[in-house]
Design a protein around this ligand. Structure first.
Ligand code: PGA
Length: 250
């Protein structure tokens, strides 16, 4: 049994000033809750946000796969650790789409995160046309297979199922479709890794989660937590989601 994991992915949506305020308010409201709350600000905001946090955990939105070297503009896993990150989002569809991030890059990033004791939140999910063509599980299987090909024992791995068409659209997946996806991911992990490790892998859902619909995913959909984009930018709405997630055990 573990408590739910609520991840705030602020993407590129906050100024430094807004990030400091948001982080401070979320941390103050999260004291003594039986939920694991993680904030993922932009890289440039990590140091400032870290200073505001006492009980909320820090994550990054990406990382590079080498620890040091001539990689202009990239961010080392070692630096993320120094800044206090415990989590890192890997393979978000916005990076796959806008930055042409490939399965091989994602595979290297997962390996680097695990090697540096950062908990990777591996994002997988199909596009609209893939769902319409009945290819959802095939796509997810392909993404998982590539991303985890080089991974030994994935201690700390988290998988977030995030259909591309559900992100930022106000059209989340149905809980029935989420049950299918989470079962499929769980079975994949149990086949691929030793059952003890596989059972500990948390499976999240991301895509238009709101205070109104969050329980569909956590109670009916079988998710161990949620990853929030838009809903993580409003303290009242975000804390409402966190409150509702309390006391639901995975
Ligand atoms: P959203 O983003 O909550 O704004 O839909 C979710 C995500 O990026 O996974």
């Amino acid at each position: 049994m573990s408590c739910k994991l609520i991840v705030a992915n602020w993407k590129m949506n906050v100024s430094l000033k807004e990030a400091r305020e948001l982080a401070r308010e979320i941390d103050a409201a999260s004291q003594n809750l039986s939920v694991e709350v993680v904030i993922c600000p932009p890289f440039t905001h990590l140091g400032l946000v870290a200073k505001q946090l006492t009980c909320v955990h820090l994550g990054a939105q990406d990382l590079f796969w080498e620890n040091t070297g001539p990689y202009t503009g990239e961010i080392s896993p070692l630096t993320l650790k120094e800044l206090g990150c415990e989590y890192v989002v890997v393979g978000h569809s916005e990076r796959r789409i806008h930055l042409q991030e490939t399965d091989l890059m994602i595979q290297r990033k997962i390996k680097a995160a695990l090697a540096n004791a950062l908990r990777p939140i591996l994002c997988v999910g199909e596009k609209k046309e893939e769902r319409d063509a009945g290819k959802t599980l095939k796509v997810v299987k392909g993404q998982l297979t590539h991303a985890l090909e080089e991974t030994g024992d994935p201690k700390g791995l988290i998988v977030s199922y995030e259909p591309v068409w559900a992100i930022g659209t106000n059209r989340p997946v149905s809980w029935e479709a989420l049950v299918e996806a989470t079962r499929f991911i769980r079975d994949f992990m149990e086949e691929r890794f030793n059952p003890k490790t596989a059972r500990k892998i948390q499976i999240l859902y991301g895509g238009s989660v709101s205070p109104e619909n969050v329980l569909n995913f956590l109670q009916k959909g079988g998710a161990d937590g949620v990853l929030l984009g838009g809903a993580s930018l409003d303290v009242a709405g975000f804390m409402n989601i966190v409150q509702q997630s309390q006391n639901i055990q995975s």
